[in-house]
Design a protein around this ligand. Sequence first.
Ligand code: HEM
Length: 447
Amino acid sequence: LLKWNEVRYRKKGLPPGTMGWPVFGETTEFLKQGPNFMKNQRARYGSFFKSHILGCPTIVSMDPDINRYVLMNEAKGLVPGYPQSMLDILGKCNIAAVHGSTHRYMRGALLSLVSSTMIRDQLLPKIDHFLRSHLSNWDSSTIDIQEKTKEMALLSSLKQIAGIESGPMSEEFMPEFFKLVLGTLSLPIDLPGTNYRRGLQARKNIISMLRKLIEERKASMETHDHRDMLSSLMRSDENRQKLTDEEIIDQIITILYSGYETVSTTSMMAVKYLHDHPKVLQQLREEHLEIRGRKRPEDPIEWDDFKSMSFTRAVIYETSRLATIVNGVLRKTTQDMELNGFVIPKGWRIYIYTREMNYNPYLYPDPLVFNPWRWLDKSQESINNNLMFGGGTRQCPGKELGVAEISTFLHYFVIRYRWEEVGGDKLMKFPRVEAPYGLHIRVQNLY
Ligand code: HEM
């Protein structure tokens, strides 16, 4: 079977590589060996090879020039290639599901919500207000920091989107959202009891909650001057086409989904690395105590404070690099096309696998060492090979917002608490960074 499968794919013009078993391909090896599978294939076939993983024939690219080309050339037929379950559950107006001019205007609407001015004037005050209370009362207790950072990412987004405070609405929303996330990561099998079916149901429930919210908002817009993402999405202005209710709902789900695991996992891993590197923690704490020293205890973190957190920013980038929060991004071809001298058939996935780049010793000397100081030279952030936030026409629009959230979290966490790990928790790095049974820490007030 293996041989037959190789022969089947032995078309002229395809890159080197192996295709594994019919139907299953090399998914088992990929999931079992993880990063080593990629390393081995790269050693045998170079930085551009074919495989069959996660249900699709796939070209894996670790070549910086090709990666840049693919990310910059969506118009030539290199569109997002995320799994069907993700597209079904996130909705057809979701940003990953739309291309061309629709993508441009959905992205434009989103960018105006998370611009620097918006972060400064509207979002940072909300993030600050939320985190102050979220991080209170952790003293003298053992907490699961994974759970806390997940709640934080979701609840802080709900507050920014529609001013929703922790309470009955968010409590109703949270379990549905968690089911939605699980559904997007499952096989698209629509049978009772599957995560996919649960995810679809959760989407329906979330839509009806958001619809209700939109109706209430429509009724109160005349009399109230709401200042949040929802009211900006509902307003039309001369530069921007008005979004339909359906587009607004999918846009909200996009914001919640994209900022959820990325922000929560980076925050959790920052806590982990800070615990393991006391010198880094000390310098980070000094940065935050200095900022607090300039303010009264009740003063919120403001834009200038955030901008002055250069070491914090370096810690966040280093955490993102070393933990590899995002392994790569997926595209698919909409037609047969030539790439790097090979012919890639229509419908194949292109996996821009960025993990290896994060550990490249030429880019990051001593790549396995947690060394935030390497990011203090700001030009490091913008080097072309750095794809931690993607690149090209779909580069992460929420990057600054994400960094602002994590920075504010770290501010209150390190000035209020010292902590130690309970120990014994398992931490997985692949295929996703997660602590399967939680990451437990004992927290104590610093003063
Ligand atoms: C540490 C935090 C974050 C990381 C590491 C991260 C990473 C990424 C990456 C790698 C991509 C590229 C995906 C691709 O090319 O297919 C991306 C896209 C995206 N991110 Fe983020 N992200 C973060 C935070 C956020 C936040 C807070 C938001 C909320 C607004 C957000 C919204 C988005 C959206 C909407 C896209 C798709 C853009 C498009 O298709 O045009 N991200 N992000």
